[in-house]
Design a binder for this molecule. Sequence first.
Ligand code: ADP
Ligand code: ADP
Length: 241
Amino acid sequence: QLLLEVKDLEVVYNQGTSSEIKAVDRVSFNVYEGETFGLVGESGSGKSTIGRAIVHLLQPTKGEIFYRGESHLKRLSDKERKTFNKEVQMIFQDPYSSLNPRMKVQDIIGEGIDIHGLAPNKKMRNERVNELLDKVGLNQDHASRYPHEFSGGQRQRIGIARALAVEPRLIVADEPISALDVSIQAQVINLLEKLQVEQQLTYLFIAHDLSMVRYFSDRIAMLHNGQIVEMANSDDLYDTP
Ligand code: ADP
Ligand code: ADP
């Protein structure tokens, strides 16, 4: 089942100026429900730009993106936009910069539950937060603490719990482990794999390092200078010498 279709996507920054740059150049790929699709390329190859276009953080210059058959060009009603914002979540490289330092963990994770009305009252909301903390390998004592009290790996777990809280279908993970110690990277990958099975998630996994992604992904697109230069099943990539 097709979940996401990126079609002839083109993103030009600073168009019409001397610093014009084509960050994404006629990129097309499909992501199917339940799979992990890896987007790999060196720094500056356009990965984040594609990720941001998919979650509507930027407007493409050309091309189209379809989520569950609906074009991103369609004018969404407030209700449709809210549904999109719930179903498609992004996880970032440095969760610290995206976690509000003045909010307790329970409110960071609980915010989406409140916005989308996923718990009938405060008590059940906080119970749900505790479940989520447990799911990502943190504990209830962490709920009343603040982001700066956690390690990088723990903060990524908080970011993952925040994304999961709204019961998403598609997670766009932009270099979610690149900023972590190597020993912690595998733990976070194992967590993401476990959650994918439990929550029936689809992942678009963005990374500059092929080795981790090809272990984790079903299919991979390699990006170079804004263009896809290769697309393959990750098993086939294993076979190449
Ligand atoms: P990656 O995620 O693969 O590192 P990016 O999508 O961040 O690549 O960047 C692709 C290209 O677009 C790079 O040359 C980068 O410098 C440029 N770029 C990214 N964001 C902007 C921006 N907001 N304004 C201008 N240029 C940008
Ligand atoms: P990433 O590779 O994850 O995109 P970067 O460090 O390249 O991370 O970019 C971080 C931020 O800086 C992004 O918001 C991106 O849009 C912006 N950015 C990147 N390159 C440029 C550029 N050449 N001009 C303006 N902004 C840029």
